[in-house]
Design a protein. Structure first.
Length: 186
């Protein structure tokens, strides 16, 4: 059965295809909303307030990726006995996003981040998506999974680095994930 076909049976059979949306999905979706708000506040990263919001976004996004890579996806794989169908796609996006966190923010960098997140977050948040699938796979252990997600420590963040090697690494990560055209003026 594919991830997006996982269903929950409702007593009485009133709605046999209702997705499970519990505390894990809510927590991670709310973190997406928080990160989206920070990226909006970052604007074009032209003044101290915008740059501060961007750096907070950067730290938050890297922690969010760590929650998914170190806790959520491994827990789903253990429960399912195999990786989620979407896991490889998510990991490519995570690699592209992590690479985009290396250089200083520019309008092109911010546009690329928005593009990747726009597609990536849909895979996770859509009804029947990765978050709801993970919630269902966790079953009664979902509270423990939520506790582990919340306990994920901050990721150490180095200062932005603007070298040709960094920009080449960003281009390669975007290309691997299928977003090569989104950093034309990086």
């Amino acid at each position: 059965m594919k991830d997006d076909q996982l269903e929950r049976k409702v007593e009485g059979g009133a709605d046999a295809t209702s997705p499970v949306r519990g505390p894990v999905a809510e927590f991670l979706s709310n973190d997406h909303a928080r990160l989206d708000a920070l990226l909006t506040r970052a604007g074009s990263c032209r003044n101290a307030d915008e740059l501060g919001a961007y750096q907070e976004f950067r730290r938050g996004l890297l922690r969010h990726i760590a929650m998914e890579e170190k806790v959520l996806l491994p827990a789903a794989e253990r429960a399912r006995g195999a990786p989620l169908d979407a896991a490889a796609r998510l990991r490519l996006d995570h690699g592209a996003l992590a690479a985009l966190m290396m250089p200083s923010p520019t309008p092109a960098i911010v546009r690329a981040i928005r593009t990747v997140l726009g597609k990536h977050n849909q895979i996770e948040e859509a009804p029947g998506g990765v978050y709801e699938t993970c919630e269902q796979l966790a079953g009664p252990a979902s509270q423990r999974l939520l506790d582990q997600l919340r306990a994920t420590p901050p990721v150490p963040v180095k200062p932005n680095l603007d070298t040709p090697k960094v920009f080449e690494a960003v281009r390669r990560a975007l290309a691997r994930a299928g977003y090569e055209e989104h950093l034309a003026d990086g």
